[in-house]
Design a protein around this ligand. Structure first.
Ligand code: GLN
Length: 487
């Protein structure tokens, strides 16, 4: 049951071969039996109530393509009735009075909410080890990290604890955990998916998207997730579209740009091998490979790690012990209440980013760091624009320079974590859509295989094209169908 695609699940539901409550129970039992720490909150009663409602829709003949299908939400989306912690102690007992737009939309589509997935605190991280609620294990090899910050979402889909999950990507957090867990994920063009009710990290970068087993599943999910939202000031007013429309487009003539900088030193040979094999597969499908350059790739790390913390330091100032979240029990005066509440509520990585962000926004440093970073951000976007205008239709390369590393390996070294984002950050800085699809496994199997993801980056609003390209690949390969041992 749990290896089925969304389409297959939907036809079982509509053919009455299984009911929505039965399907939800099946996944709830799997979640309960799992030791991955992928879920932070599960509430059987709430889930089954939603499943019963979905079943009524099905019985009344009012079902849509996703009605009755379970989904898990990253704990960065606020949810009415369920705790929303953003992986932080600061919001340990926070229950939102409203649903995030994404959550509401998927609920309107009849999807059944299975629970909230673990993530790095306020989505800051590349390994899910910054969660205040403990790390998530990679289902392929439980000694490995699942990637971050949407580690719970990716691990849950990989272990088939849910057929689909929502996630967010600020600098790679959909693509990188999808890559490290061997599942499919897409970050849409910035502004496609409403940020309303997505607990803010870096507002000019944050973007929601789906993680699922295949590109086709992601297309079905995106159909319900995107759309203009007046409550998000950066939401784009573009017409709705059907993201499944290009799934069957042939790839003959497709020009795939390979950025030299994505195949340079730092890329481990096992990842490169799997990516090159996938590229050869695309050539067989009729695509041509073109050499391109994205010369500012290396600068994406300092640029992102200035801009994202700057925005975070401002966004997180609302957590002051007065309006939201944790408040210290004892304090002398207001200043001490702020200080103690924030020192107790935020973990070390969040504190580090608030410090960096505050520093780069200071009078005297603003021009040297923040403004300079903004200028380079523009040049990074221009490099992509030039590549798409002159050389290629899409760009491909690795998502992560290595396969998943061991739990605990980089916990004491924040910069080593930041370096792992080298191939995902520039897409985010440019606001472009990007996805990750499974394309093989790395060498050096320890406790289990470690997956490799192929990144596909497109021009603005090219989600349907990306999904079509990925779908064509998934028609002739079965990396996305493989699941970890014992699943
Ligand atoms: N790894 C990056 C960071 O730590 C990206 C996180 C994200 O996309 N949410 O900020």
């Amino acid at each position: 049951m749990h290896t089925k695609s969304l389409k297959e699940l939907s036809s079982l539901l509509q053919g009455k071969q299984i009911s929505a409550p039965e399907l939800a129970q099946h996944y709830l039992q799997r979640i309960q039996a799992s030791d991955l720490n992928a879920f932070l909150h599960v509430d059987t009663e709430l889930t089954l109530a939603q499943a019963a409602k979905a079943q009524q829709q099905i019985d009344a003949g009012l079902a849509g393509p996703l009605t009755g299908i379970p989904i898990a939400h990253k704990d960065i989306f606020v949810t009415q009735g369920w705790r929303s912690t953003a992986g932080s102690k600061m919001l340990e007992n926070y229950i939102s009075p409203f649903d995030a737009t994404v959550v509401a939309k998927l609920q309107q589509a009849g999807m059944v909410h299975l629970g909230k997935t673990n993530c790095d605190e306020f989505a800051m991280g590349s390994a899910n080890e910054n969660s205040a609620y403990g790390p998530v294990k990679n289902p392929w090899d439980k000694l490995a990290v699942p990637g971050g910050s949407s580690g719970g979402a990716a691990a849950a889909v990989a272990a088939r604890l849910t057929p689909a999950a929502t996630a967010t990507d600020t600098g790679g957090s959909i693509r990188q955990p999808a890559s490290l867990c061997g599942v499919t994920g897409i970050k849409p063009t910035y502004g496609r998916v409403s940020r309303y009710g997505m607990i803010a990290f870096a507002s000019s970068l944050d973007q929601g998207g789906p993680i699922a087993q295949s590109a086709e599943d992601c297309a079905l999910l995106l159909n319900q997730m995107t759309g203009f939202d007046a409550r998000d000031s950066t939401s784009l007013e573009v017409a709705d579209e059907d993201y499944t429309r290009d799934l069957n487009l042939p790839l003959a003539g497709l020009r795939i740009g390979l950025p030299r900088e994505y195949f340079a030193t730092g890329l481990s040979s096992d990842v490169e091998q799997a990516v090159r094999a996938a590229l050869a597969q695309f050539e067989k499908l009729g695509a041509t490979l073109v050499d391109i350059s994205l010369p500012k790739t290396a600068l994406s790390i300092p640029v992102y790690y200035i801009i994202a913390p700057a925005e975070a330091s401002s966004n997180l100032s609302r957590f002051d012990g007065v309006r939201y979240g944790h408040r210290a029990e004892q304090y002398k005066d207001l200043a001490e209440m702020y200080k103690k509440s924030r020192a107790e509520g935020f973990g070390p990585e969040v504190q580090r980013r608030i410090l960096v962000g505050t520093y780069v926004l200071c009078h005297g440093y603003y021009d040297a760091y923040y403004l300079q970073a903004q200028k380079i951000r523009r040049i990074i976007a221009d490099d992509f624009r030039a590549a798409f205008a002159e050389k290629c239709d899409v760009i491909m390369g690795p998502v992560s320079p290595t396969v998943a590393w061991d739990l605990g390996d980089k916990t004491d070294d924040p910069v080593a974590n930041y370096m792992a984002d080298i191939f995902t950050l520039s897409t985010s800085l440019a606001g472009l859509p990007g996805m990750s699809i499974p394309c093989g496994f790395g060498q050096g199997e320890k406790n289990g295989k470690r997956p490799v993801g192929l990144q596909i980056i497109g021009n603005y609003f090219s989600e349907s094209k990306l999904l079509g390209i990925a779908h064509q690949f998934q028609q002739v390969t079965d990396w996305h169908r493989l699941s970890p041992a014992g699943i």
